[in-house]
Write a protein that binds this ligand. Structure first.
Ligand code: IMP
Length: 432
């Protein structure tokens, strides 16, 4: 079983980076298949913190890292990370960036900001990194791809064609400053010098790795409920984080994916706007935010906090084909006497359902139906194995397993990479 997708099962920030980091040590290649610098993975290693936005988390483990065609690349962010990792003593020689990935251009960032301002109260709450406008241009066939930087003439031509339209929008629709062709072209030509060695045929690279029996991890960014097709549209990102997109986003067949591990917090957080049925009342909201340090890695925004939502998780299991779950940040719940867990939604007609509503207006109106589980009210610091968990904490995990019909194979009990429990060895989780 050499290939595994790690996918966020909620609204993002579930701690995927940490799980990928742990499994990466027993893997041979780590690939990102969608998203861009809207992602923010924090990995803590022996007191050192790494914040990664563009590179796959496997970089911390010195593994070959792939940025697939499904990603969008902000060259300035990527170069910044490459420089930083080299500066901190990590080799970046085995970073491979797909020539088919799209480049985030300065007008994408400008339009993202201007469009959010224009939407006012209806804003999506994006990370303002240009993600949506970049994917929109990809679909419009107006995008500029990583491979375009290999030829300065083509690069300049494509920038010119794009700017002819984008500057009109910026000036006439958004009433903001246009971009100058010379400035953008020379900026991207200089990025080209630095990025050229990393551009590769990543589909071929991953296919060859799989054919050679290598263990490949696919690292999702954002999460199921932020998926453009399956998430809580329009409050979603502009790519497909769901597991099946790992195949498209890297350029391999779906039959090459062997299994899917979902990552979920023991509670739920959400950044940005949109409905959130299990959102906590005060003072729990602030308490969880403080204990769990729930502030965005990319934007620093306060994350909204909610009780565990098993209706949404059941849906994530379905749309991703999740076979195993990593339940992170269980320790954050340690100080609560009682823990409400949402098992069903009450719909507008008064009926109750364990299934996620198919239509937006039903989801907006859905009310959570909670079962209250007892808390454990003791720290989990001393737990070195699943069996060391306090009874109530174990019952919480078993409740999740029963409700979802999937095994929880990893439980996070703290920020550091050692603070993870599993009934199996990490090697057995990574290389079953
Ligand atoms: P965008 O991806 O910047 O277009 O933002 C669209 C929505 O996705 C917003 O609600 C963001 O807060 C959310 N989002 C994007 N990336 C992340 C992430 O890595 N974690 C959590 N939320 C995210």
């Amino acid at each position: 079983m050499p290939s595994t997708v790690i996918v966020g099962a909620q609204w993002g920030d579930e701690g995927k980076g940490k799980i990928v980091d742990l499994l990466a040590q027993h893997s041979d290649v780590v690939c990102r298949y969608q998203g861009g610098p809207n992602a923010g993975h924090t990995i803590v290693v022996g007191g050192e913190t790494y914040k990664i936005r563009a590179l796959p988390s496997g970089i911390v483990r010195g593994k070959p890292c792939v940025i697939g065609n499904g990603c969008v690349v902000d060259p300035e962010v990527l170069i910044g990370e490459l420089d930083e990792f080299e500066h901190r003593g990590h080799s970046t020689e085995e970073v491979y960036v797909s020539g088919n990935a799209h480049l985030i251009m300065p007008w994408h960032v400008a339009i993202d900001g201007a469009s959010e301002r224009r939407l006012g109260k209806l804003a999506i709450g994006t990370t303002k990194r240009g993600i949506g406008p970049c994917y929109a241009d990809k679909a419009m066939r107006l995008g500029i791809r990583v491979q375009d930087i290999l030829d300065p003439k083509i690069l300049r031509q494509k920038i010119e064609v794009a700017l002819a339209e984008k500057n009109l929008w910026l000036e006439r629709v958004y009433e903001t400053e246009p971009f100058d062709l010379e400035t953008v072209a020379s900026q991207y030509e200089s990025y080209a010098q630095r990025l050229r060695p990393y551009v590769a045929d990543t589909s071929l690279y991953v296919d060859t790795a799989l054919a050679d029996g290598k263990v490949v991890l696919f690292e999702g960014a954002q999460a199921t409920l932020l998926d453009l097709d399956h998430g809580t549209y329009p409050f979603v990102t502009s790519s497909n984080p769901v597991a099946s997109n790992a195949a498209t986003g890297v350029g391999i067949g779906p039959n090459r994916i062997d299994r899917v591990i979902g990552v979920a917090k023991a509670y739920v957080t959400r950044v940005g706007e949109g409905p959130f049925p299990t959102e906590m009342e005060e003072p729990w909201q602030s308490r969880v935010r403080e204990i769990g340090h729930e502030y965005g890695t990319v934007t620093g925004r306060e994350r909204r906090c909610g009780w565990l939502d098993l209706v949404a998780l059941r849906y994530a299991v379905r749309v991703n084909g999740i076979g195993q779950l990593a339940l992170t940040k269980l320790d954050v719940l340690s100080s609560f006497a009682e823990l409400p867990v949402c098992t069903r939604y009450r719909l507008r007609d008064g009926s109750e359902s364990p299934d996620f509503p198919a239509h937006q207006s039903d989801f907006h109106a859905a009310q959570p139906v909670f079962e209250t589980l007892p808390g454990w009210q003791e720290p989990l610091d001393a737990c070195a194995a699943m069996d060391d968990l306090p009874d109530a904490a174990r019952r919480y995990v078993e409740f999740v397993e029963r409700e979802l019909g999937v095994e929880v194979t990893l439980v996070g009990t703290g920020a550091d990479r050692e603070r993870i429990l599993s009934p199996l060895s990490l090697e057995a989780v990574a290389r079953p």
